[in-house]
Each structure stands twice: as C-alpha cells, then as structure tokens.
Design a protein around this ligand. Structure first.
Ligand code: TYM
Length: 331
C-alpha cells in the first residue's frame, strides 16, 4: 500500500534555523519521512512577504536546504524543493483567495502578531494573504498530514476550511489535511523571555539557539537561560516557565520523558541542570551544524538536488492545479 502523503515547509528568512524550528518541525519530519510520502518545501514566496535582500535570500535558500539534509531529510526519498520553482503554488493561491472571506483572513492570529510592532499599515498585502498561499502549498500535494509547531495550527485549520469549501462548491478536488503537532516540544520558548516563543525576530539574540551557532555559544546561552528562585527542577508552565522550557528542550533532544528527567534531577541545583541541558543540546546540534557546513561547500550539488526535486514536485502540483482549474470552469 502507498504511504500517506505528508507536507511541510519552513521559511528561508534567516541565516540559520533556531531550536524551535528544529524540535517543532525538522526532528519530527526526519522520523515521519520513514513511513510517509513526504514533501518538504523551502517557502521562499512566504519569506518575501517581508522585505528580503535578493542576494541574501538566494544564499539562505541553499543554507536551509543544507540544514534540511544535515538534519536528516533524505532528498532521494523525500521531495525537498523550493516553493517558487513550482509555479502552481502562486496560481492555486489566487484561486483560493477568491473563496476566502476577508473577515476570515483577518482573524489569523499570526498576521496580528507579526503586525503588532510595525502596525498593519506598514504590512504588505502578501503578509495578509500568507495563510492562503500556505493552504495552496498543502492542497496541491493532496497531503493528509501536516507536521508543524503549534503556532501553525490555525493556518492548517484554514487550509481544511478552504479545501472543504472548494470541494463543496466545485466538486471533490482536494484531500483534506490534518495538522500533526507534538504533545511536548510543540512550542519552544525564548531562553531569556520564557513566556514568548523562540522566534527568528527576537529582540535579544541571547534567547535564541541557532542551529549554526558555534557549540560554545550555544552552551553559554543555555547556561544563562532565565529560570526562577524556587530552586526545584520540575515542569510547571505557569509558575516555572524557564525551567519547564529547559526540561522540554532536553526531553526533545534526548528522547527521555520530562517525568524521567524530573526524577533524574531530583535534589540537584540549577547549575548542574543547565550544564546537562547544554551538553545534550550541543551533542544533538553540533553534528548537524558540521554537516550543514560541509554541504554548503558544494553549492552546485545542492542546486542540482533542488532542480531534480522541483521536477518531481511540479508533476504532482500541476495535476492538482489542472483539476482545480477545470472544477472552477477555467478550462
Ligand atoms: P516557519 O518558517 O515560521 O517555522 C517553521 C516550523 O517551525 C515551527 N516553529 C516552532 N516550533 C516550536 N517552537 C517554536 N518556538 C517554533 N517556532 C517555529 C513552526 O510551527 C513551523 O512548523 N507558515 C510556515 C511555513 C509554511 C508551511 C507551509 C508549513 C509554508 N507553507 C505548508 C507547513 C505546510 C512557517 O512560517 O514556518
């Protein structure tokens, strides 16, 4: 029997993934690709919804491809490609925008969060319609499962709504996907402000662990993580957000449950705790960083892989787009 289809993607909007992207997405992708027919995209069309330098963006696309592979995505088995190489994404997004309500799009919390600082007047229309493009990504590949961190759940719900609406109005065309969100580690928090999610756009770099940071820097950031004065090493999101975040991180990178970690650290101080978390994170990330740097030494090979996989993606996406065009009376 064919494996279920899976789709996910990340933005090439910084020079490195952070630990939230790694735990919330890449780590799960690596496991899921074993028994799924997986498509993993580098969503450059999403990245340009905020200003990007063309030169830098070009490099960041390659750097992200290298991090996917170094993080365990096998580009021969899974289809690892760049969104803008497949024209059908932008085309289907247009079709879907015509069945999306303005009010419905206005309710997307990520748009509200992203425009909280600069104001909606300064935002591009593309940032506003971003979730519709994401719906197009997912629906084009008939994905059943979409593994993401919990900040993307609302976008996957919109994708389901749009897919169902389209099918109802124009006849069965799309597969309706489900989000797949980890129970623990679906949200990794900033090390300095453990109430906010770890994010590319954090004001203070000390709160963010970058995959491509030097190991010594990573360890230092973890040792300086904000905790509390209570001294107990136990998970309690409301009362002990910093300690809880470190427990979640250690659990995700070691595969040991939070309960077992609490037992392991019983009676220990925060110094020992942070040092062990730092060692575990470095042990996980250092090889990924090294492999990324090796892959980046051969950009032509990365470009070749991305071109081959864009052909594979295009074959699937174009067939779905044709179905949608026909259903709407455009063919
Ligand atoms: P992006 O690039 O912002 O994030 C990539 C993935 O990382 C997860 N993530 C986190 N997980 C845990 N803790 C955090 N602090 C954290 N920060 C980010 C995100 O949930 C995401 O899974 N819109 C998407 C990209 C996208 C996409 C798609 C995803 C475009 N098309 C189709 C799935 C399917 C995004 O902005 O991801």
């Amino acid at each position: 029997m064919a494996h279920p289809r899976l789709y996910s993607g990340m933005q090439p909007s910084s020079g490195s993934l952070h630990l939230g992207n790694y735990i919330g997405a890449l780590q799960q992708w690596r496991r899921l690709q074993e028994d799924h027919d997986a498509f993993f995209s580098i969503v450059d069309l999403h990245a340009i919804t905020v200003p990007q330098s063309p030169q830098v963006l070009r490099e960041q696309v390659r750097t992200l491809a290298a991090q996917y592979i170094a993080g365990g995505i096998d580009p021969d088995r899974s289809c690892l490609y760049v969104q803008s190489h497949v024209a059908a994404h932008a085309q289907l997004a247009w079709l879907l925008s015509t069945i999306t309500g303005f009010g419905e799009a206005s309710r997307m919390t990520q748009f509200k969060d992203k425009t909280a600082k600069g104001g909606q007047e300064a935002a591009s229309v593309g940032l506003f319609t971003y979730p519709i493009l994401m719906a197009a990504d997912i629906l084009l590949y008939d994905a059943e499962i979409v593994p993401v961190g919990d900040d993307q759940k609302q976008h996957v719900e919109l994708t389901r709504d749009l897919g169902e609406r389209f099918n109802k109005r124009f006849g069965a065309t799309f597969t309706i996907p489900k989000p797949r969100i980890l129970a623990d580690g679906a949200r990794i928090y900033d090390l300095q402000i453990p109430q906010s999610k770890m994010s590319k756009s954090a004001d203070n770099d000390k709160g963010v662990i970058w995959l491509l940071d030097e190991p010594a820097k990573t360890a230092k950031k973890i040792r300086s993580a904000v905790t509390d004065t209570d001294g107990a090493i136990r998970a309690d999101r409301a009362e002990k957000p910093g300690v809880t975040n470190l427990l979640d991180i250690m659990s995700a990178v070691t595969g040991t449950s939070v309960a077992d970690l609490e037992a392991h650290f019983d009676g220990q101080g925060y110094g020992v705790f942070k040092t062990e978390v730092a060692d575990a994170v470095v042990a996980e990330l250092a090889p990924v960083r090294e492999r990324t740097l090796e892959l980046l030494a051969d950009p032509a090979e990365l470009d070749r892989l991305l071109a081959v996989n864009a052909d594979r993606a295009r074959a699937v996406a174009d067939a779905t787009l044709t179905r949608a065009l026909e259903a709407m009376g455009l063919r």
